[in-house]
Design a protein around this ligand. Structure first.
Ligand code: SAH
Length: 237
């Protein structure tokens, strides 16, 4: 039932954490793992720590870039121990699980590097941040422990529902994929430069604010097409 959920681990350096994350996933009924630039993988240590969840490791997909790992995902949650410079919509693990199970699209829940987490640029691609409540003076969990908490909330929320997936609010068009939203942002940025609204030498936080704006509404494919049509029509010829 949790088949539309991808757990994406970005830049993991210790293979043991990948194995422990696979175990955390399998215990809660999740099976799709994506790895972005893992330092060592496959690895005997990962397999040992997976203790029986090796099937998840065997099927894990590996990507060179974070963007590529998101290509078919429509709703993206980024987990972070830190707050950010500009406020981003932030959810508890429970609220994340509820939103994820309301959606029929493909969902990504993203976890970051052991030392430094996810970059601001990576978090810009996420519709929501998810923060696990912690001791404020010691807020960083081991990455596999964070996977366990999110996976547990998903399973618990699923158990609390008769039907796990609802029709996607009858929008008449699927939520836009990360790939088409990324193309839209590129088009928007180029148009803003062409009309001299955005100075590429001094971009400030404009694109980040615009990401936040559009992430709030969760664009559907037809809306992306309309917006891109407007950009094309508005471009100086
Ligand atoms: N210093 C890093 C910590 C990285 S911990 C930072 O500030 O982000 C490795 C990963 O575990 C994080 O990228 C995140 O995916 C997850 N994680 C750890 N603690 C978390 C918390 N309190 N809430 C949500 N995710 C957390």
């Amino acid at each position: 039932m949790l088949d539309n959920i991808q757990i994406i681990l970005v830049g993991i350096t210790h293979p043991g954490n990948i194995g422990a994350a696979a175990r955390a996933m399998k215990t809660m009924g999740l099976s799709h793992m994506r790895l972005v630039q893992p330092k060592h993988f496959p690895s005997a240590e990962a397999t040992a720590r997976a203790t029986g969840a090796d099937d998840i490791l065997e099927q894990a997909q590996i990507f060179d870039t974070f963007e590529e790992s998101l290509w078919d995902c429509q709703l993206i949650f980024g987990t972070s121990a830190r707050s950010r410079r500009i406020a981003w919509p932030t959810l508890t693990p429970k609220a994340c699980a509820e939103k994820a199970l309301e959606s029929t699209g493909k969902i990504a829940i993203v976890f970051g590097r052991e030392q430094s987490g996810l970059t601001n640029q990576e978090l810009d691609l996420c519709h929501f941040l998810v923060q696990i409540s912690t001791n404020p003076s010691f807020s960083s969990l081991n990455v596999a422990a964070a996977v366990q908490i999110l996976a547990y909330e998903l399973l618990k929320t699923l158990e609390n529902r008769d039907i796990a997936t609802k029709e996607n609010w009858e929008l008449g068009s699927p939520l836009a994929s990360a790939e088409s939203v990324a193309q839209f942002y590129q088009h928007l940025e180029q148009t803003l430069i062409d009309i001299e609204f955005l100075d590429p030498k001094n971009p400030r936080q404009l694109m980040r604010h615009l990401h936040r704006l559009f992430n709030r509404v969760q664009l559907i494919e037809t809306e992306v097409n309309i917006l891109r049509g407007i950009l094309t029509a508005a471009s100086p010829r």
